[in-house]
Design a protein around this ligand. Sequence first.
Ligand code: 5AD
Ligand code: SF4
Length: 443
Amino acid sequence: MNDDNKQKSYHTITYGCQMNENDTERLAGQLKALGYAETDRPDGADVILVNTCCVRESAEKKIHGKIGELKRLKASNPNLIIGVTGCMAQKDRDKLFKRAPHVDLVLGTHNLHQLGEIITDIGRSRGRVLAVWDQAERLAPGVPTIRKNKISAWLPIMYGCNNFCTYCIVPYVRGRERSRPLDEVVGEAADLASQGFRELTLLGQNVNSYGKDEQGHADFADLLAAVDRVEGIARIRYMTSHPRDMNTKVIDTIRRSRHICEHFHLPIQAGSDAVLRAMNRGYTAAVYRSLVAEIRDAIPGASLTTDIIVGFPGETDEMFADTLDLVEEIRFDAAYTFLYSQRSGTPAADLPGQIPLAVKKERLQRLMSLQNEASLAINRELVGTETEVLVEGESKNDANKMMGRTRTNKIVIWDRHGSERTGDLATVKIDAAQTWVLKGTLV
Ligand code: 5AD
Ligand code: SF4
């Protein structure tokens, strides 16, 4: 076979949230349609895409490092097409182009569906392309999706965010909220079920706002109920909820559902009302507490996870102590904790009282150790119980072990029995607990 007949290949690198993972699947789908095959290694690939995140500076630094590394491959293969896509591409646009002359393509968040066309053009002209629209079409045309995971699928239900939390860059790079029609989402869910997927995660920056962008549109609870009726799907999850918009109708729908998992991810961000107000979160700590009480009352055994930012501008020691108190009181199953990162263009970036890095780090340490104790204590309470897991496959670190997740989204590892198959619901008895993982035996 000479070089021209060789099947072309692509390699993708994804940073950031599940929405980005799903976007990568849709970028891959377009390349597949052009005849490209996926490769695990960047060396030798014909197209390399870096799908980026800009929610925190730490992610951006890593991504710049990665883009820099690719220069070497471009030098050895001038026909290689390097594309930078997603949130950082949307935000930095031509700056990225200038900074990295070896990048052929910068593709914004609203332009992902154009990848196939643009790759074809670049292949012909060898020119560089900047495709970054300021605004989205209401809903971008559908493109094929290539899913690596055959058990669990991401299903976007809406795009964008209208909340404008003052620290967050997302509304600027993902645009205004656009909900997909209910029929379309349910149709896709049924299609995924018929392909053998067992678990669906409904995705949106703020899923509780589903439908609010159009009059007469079904709301999130309606959508949950409709997806729950799809036959063949064992588990339904959703990401991310905003505490302000989580309501009794949604909680009740989950309680009465067959497949929606008893896991609530409700980012609190801070425990101080002054900080919450400055963040423009639209709820107080008291409102959050009563929401948690309502959920625990309606669905005993539900797990609760959260996101917390430490060192928001103006956060005093006392305000941070409110976060610690709240974490101690609520007892989250897990918390994703972040150092506040100044994102230029957001209102918080210009606030006085930016907190020194050393102070932020010290607060993060204290918060993490408090949370880790709670996570471990909660997990220890599960030792001796039997729990349903969805078998996801071999454990990453040990081929003799299997991995699955509980409905409450906890990772469980057990010694391979041989009878369990990926995609099965199995029962595991929990023998030991760690902060992030449970260990057990197949029943
Ligand atoms: N700095 C730190 N954390 C942030 N997040 C969003 N923006 C920032 C920022 N500027 C966190 C929030 C959000 C999660 C996805 O990322 O906690 O819930
Ligand atoms: Fe950012 Fe707030 Fe929207 Fe989440 S809800 S994406 S934190 S603006």
